[in-house]
Design a protein around this ligand. Structure first.
Ligand code: ATP
Ligand SMILES: Nc1ccn([C@@H]2O[C@H](COP(=O)(O)O)[C@@H](O)[C@H]2O)c(=O)n1
Length: 239
């Protein structure tokens, strides 16, 4: 069967990870959060390695995505290793925001990270990928490209609530110029959809994405009619 891939772009705290987890679980896909690779290099930078971030890439940084089975079970949890040491939890230090900016503004580092992500996508194939610019740079032929938005106020409130719960933080600002350019670029790709989650609960965002996936030409040609699945709530709506 041809492969299924879904990209989810959008600004901080718009709900990308939440939607990606839901889709990956429901469809039995891998889930790669590209932001975690940036955070891994930010950790190296934060720990004092400010000169040559490249030497941490290549075979030294291993990003294993989460993988879900066809019944929605977690087959492999996501894990990241840097020089063979697991750093999956260490990358969430809120003091690393400045290092994160340094890493993500370096074009050469971005190119190397993209190469690493291409290798992950090549290995796993059936995958949901989340990030700031993944449709254009990594998955221009994805079965569905989602641009997920929410108002600044709502994104800030979501992040505040999340911070209270998990003790992790990221600054939430208005969309940057790069976000705005990327949004326009995603719109111009075939099989792309923009979902504004400001007033939608997470379940409605997932249902909307699933409906759009089923309507996409790439999905129809990739999945034979007898193999297509719908959520119970979608079947109710259709009845
Ligand atoms: N539609 C929604 N309605 C209400 N809360 C939501 C919705 N989607 C996500 N959330 C909550 O908002 C918070 C941020 O969501 P999430 O981590 O998925 O965003 P993100 O876009 O992946 O963020 P980042 O860019 O920082 O990785 C989480 O606590 C999540 O539970
Ligand atoms: N494709 C991407 C993904 C991330 N970044 C940068 O990394 C930061 C962390 O990402 P989160 O999704 O975990 O918030 C993010 O703020 C970006 O600066 C990126 O540039 N491209």
């Amino acid at each position: 069967m041809p492969r299924i891939s879904i990209s989810i772009d959008g600004p901080t705290a718009s709900g990308k990870t939440t939607l990606a987890t839901d889709l990956a679980q429901f469809l039995g896909l891998a889930f790669l959060d590209t932001g975690l690779t940036f955070r891994s290099l930010a950790l190296a930078h934060f720990n004092g390695d400010t000169e040559n971030l490249h030497h941490h890439l290549g075979s030294h940084l291993k990003h294993h995505p989460a993988v879900y089975g066809t019944s929605g079970e977690l087959v492999q949890r996501h894990r990241i290793f840097l020089h063979e040491k697991e750093i999956t939890e260490d990358i969430w230090n809120p003091s690393m925001d400045d290092s994160l900016k340094t890493v993500s503004r370096d074009p050469a580092v971005r190119r190397s990270i993209l190469q690493l992500h291409r290798e992950v996508v090549g290995t796993y194939g059936d995958i949901v990928v989340v990030g700031r610019d993944v449709a254009v740079t990594l998955l221009p032929a994805a079965t569905l490209k989602i641009y997920l938005t929410a108002s600044l106020a709502v994104r800030r409130e979501r992040r505040r609530a999340q911070y209270r719960l998990r003790g992790r933080s990221t600054a939430v600002g208005p969309p940057t110029e790069r976000d705005a350019e990327n949004r326009v670029a995603v719109r111009s790709l075939p099989d792309s959809v923009e979902i504004d989650s400001t007033y939608l609960p997470a379940s409605a965002v997932s249902a909307s994405a699933m409906n759009r996936l089923h309507a996409s030409a790439a999905w129809r040609s990739a999945v034979p009619a007898e193999g297509r699945v719908t959520r119970p709530e979608e079947r109710c709506e259709e009845a």
